[in-house]
Design a protein around this ligand. Structure first.
Ligand SMILES: NC(=O)c1ccc[n+]([C@@H]2O[C@H](COP(=O)([O-])OP(=O)(O)OC[C@H]3O[C@@H](n4cnc5c(N)ncnc54)[C@H](O)[C@@H]3O)[C@@H](O)[C@H]2O)c1
Length: 427
């Protein structure tokens, strides 16, 4: 691998690959972004970002203007290859679906040359780099450590703040050997301001899964606390806020369930390689049960199901101010509500594509018996209860994120129920 500006081929131009490609291009590297999806390739080359991400639009336009980035469907030769393809869950067997990683490795293998560096950024179960990816790359006839270098650098950036976090977060680098780790560190140093920690391939794979399993478990605990608070006539949000004043306590917020391409998936990658997974499985079970819990809150507010009751879902993205609906708890809530006889109308100002039809806010609230805030999009704060008052059939709202201004809604006559809150003021 040459020093200074490099030719970099990034496979996968999604939430992780596209910002990574733009950041490398911003540092005078010549980046080829490869995606199998023609629509993604076309929109990137036109300077249109296919996802919502602050700061990314400008980065992409700058990269295209400087001729340091081009998107295409096929891989070609380069100094560095980076794999940022999806690693979804095979839901039937609850294991990592590694077909995209396998395919990307094959695409690279055809173009691999002496002294290349290959980096796997995708999240994978421990052992996948050595057992699956390296053998495919070595089908090229080149040997890792002798002819080419290989590292696993799991990405830790968070949607909604990806560009900032890619620059500022610390990075874990697992190398096939020391030289592979050092070359990867040198590469990312061009835009990374965080620290680097070098380790082995398999440990780096494990670290990423520990991080997300820890967060998923923490959320499960918060969700359990929310249910306990409801039974005890207390407000869990206030309790968590006060508990977190302790210098060594950091409880996350409860909610309608856990979604996204990381937290709802990665813990399963640990369970597939071990039989000692009681806590991890329990956390998944608790978090997966939350959409049902939200439905019980709706039923309670409505005093049971009445014929033709309409529920309005506000937000289907898995978190606020992003357009990502992967593994989002909203989908399970909608399906459950339909199975229980409700008619469901859905509104999300950030999401363009979803399994259910999305409607404008006025249409979504029309004849509604109960609004259910699932996602904490900032725009929802601007909903004026007075304006929707004439449209709804019954004035009920469940806030699963403790996000809306209770007083404002109650003043307009809404019965307002917050997940995890049965303190005296609750509705
Ligand atoms: N999204 C996140 O917040 C996040 C955070 C940290 C880590 N990760 C990990 O990063 C990886 C990528 O996730 P993502 O959210 O960017 O996925 P994504 O679905 O947004 O994008 C992946 C892209 O890869 C393309 N693709 C699939 N196979 C390909 C191939 N062989 N060659 C070229 N392109 C191919 C797809 O068309 C898609 O556009 C996953 O392993 C994920 O777990 C994601």
């Amino acid at each position: 691998m040459k020093n200074g500006a490099r030719t970099i081929c990034i496979l996968g131009l999604g939430y992780i690959g596209l910002p990574t490609a733009c950041l490398f291009a911003s540092q005078s590297n010549h980046v080829t972004g490869v995606d199998l999806n023609e629509d993604v390739v076309n929109s990137v080359n036109k300077g249109q970002i296919p996802l919502i991400e602050p700061g990314l639009q400008k980065l992409l336009l700058d990269a295209l203007r400087s001729n340091n980035l081009i998107a295409q469907r096929a891989a070609g030769s380069a100094d560095v290859f980076i794999i940022a393809v999806p690693t979804p869950l095979d839901k039937e067997i609850r294991m990592a679906d590694l077909r995209y990683v396998r395919h990307a490795a094959r695409m690279i293998s055809e173009h691999l040359r002496k002294d290349n560096l290959v980096i796997l950024e995708s999240t994978v179960p421990p052992g996948v780099s050595e057992n699956l990816v390296l053998p495919i790359l070595e089908d090229s006839g080149l040997k890792a450590g002798e002819d080419f270098y290989f590292s696993h650098c799991p990405e830790r950036a968070m949607p909604g703040n990806t560009v900032y976090e890619m620059i500022h977060n610390d990075r874990i680098i697992g190398g096939f050997d020391r030289r592979s780790s050092e070359l990867a560190k040198e590469l990312y140093s061009c835009f990374t301001k965080g620290s680097f920690y070098l380790t082995s391939l398999k440990l780096a794979e494990m670290v990423k899964l520990l991080e997300n399993t820890f967060r998923d478990t923490n959320l499960a605990l918060a969700n359990e606390f929310a249910k306990i608070a409801e039974e005890s006539g207390l407000n869990v949000w206030e309790a968590i806020e006060l508990a977190n004043k302790h210098p060594r306590v950091n409880i996350l917020n409860p909610g309608p369930g856990v979604g996204g391409h990381c937290l709802a998936i990665d813990p399963w990658f640990l369970t597939e390689i071990s039989s000692r997974n009681r806590m991890t499985l329990l956390a998944r079970e608790i978090n997966n049960s939350m959409p049902y819990h939200v439905l019980t809150l709706v039923k309670e507010l409505l005093g049971g199901l009445k014929k033709g009751s309409v529920v309005t879902v506000l937000g289907v993205a898995y978190k606020g101010d992003v357009d990502d609906t992967r593994e989002a708890p909203a989908l399970k809530f909608i399906k459950l509500a339909e199975n229980h006889g409700f008619r469901v109308k859905v509104h999300d100002p950030c999401v363009k594509k979803f399994e259910y039809a999305l409607c404008a806010i006025e249409e979504a609230v029309l004849d509604s018996d109960c609004l259910v805030l699932i996602t904490d999009h900032a725009q929802f704060k601007n909903i004026d209860p007075e304006q929707i008052l004439p449209l709804v059939k019954n004035k009920n709202i469940v806030d699963t994120r403790n996000f809306l201004e209770r007083q404002k809604w109650e003043k307009s006559g809404f019965r307002f129920l917050v997940l995890g809150d049965r303190s005296e003021h609750s509705g």
